[in-house]
Design a protein around this ligand. Structure first.
Ligand SMILES: [Zn+2]
Length: 78
């Protein structure tokens, strides 16, 4: 089930990631366009059915406070 795909106009619907998480140390791409080594505190959300990681908690905080100007919005380009 992926309700997000049916609502393209819905503003950056996302939800917090749930386990399982990648193994500690896995290099993951971030919403900001970089990469980080995944650690237990790496912020993560599900967006469009996929896990999206953030380099810093402040990056996720940006998504929460101002989704349209977050790096996730900027890097997904819509
Ligand atoms: Zn970032």
């Amino acid at each position: 089930m992926n309700p997000d795909s049916q609502e393209p106009s819905k503003l950056l619907a996302w939800s917090d990631c749930m386990p399982p998480t990648p193994p500690i140390g896995t290099v993951v791409g971030t919403a900001c366009g970089g990469t980080v080594q995944f650690v237990a505190t790496t912020p993560c959300v599900y967006y469009r059915g996929q896990p999206v990681y953030f380099c810093l908690p402040i990056c996720k905080a940006g998504l929460e406070s101002d989704p349209r100007n977050s790096c996730l919005a900027l890097n997904t380009g819509r």
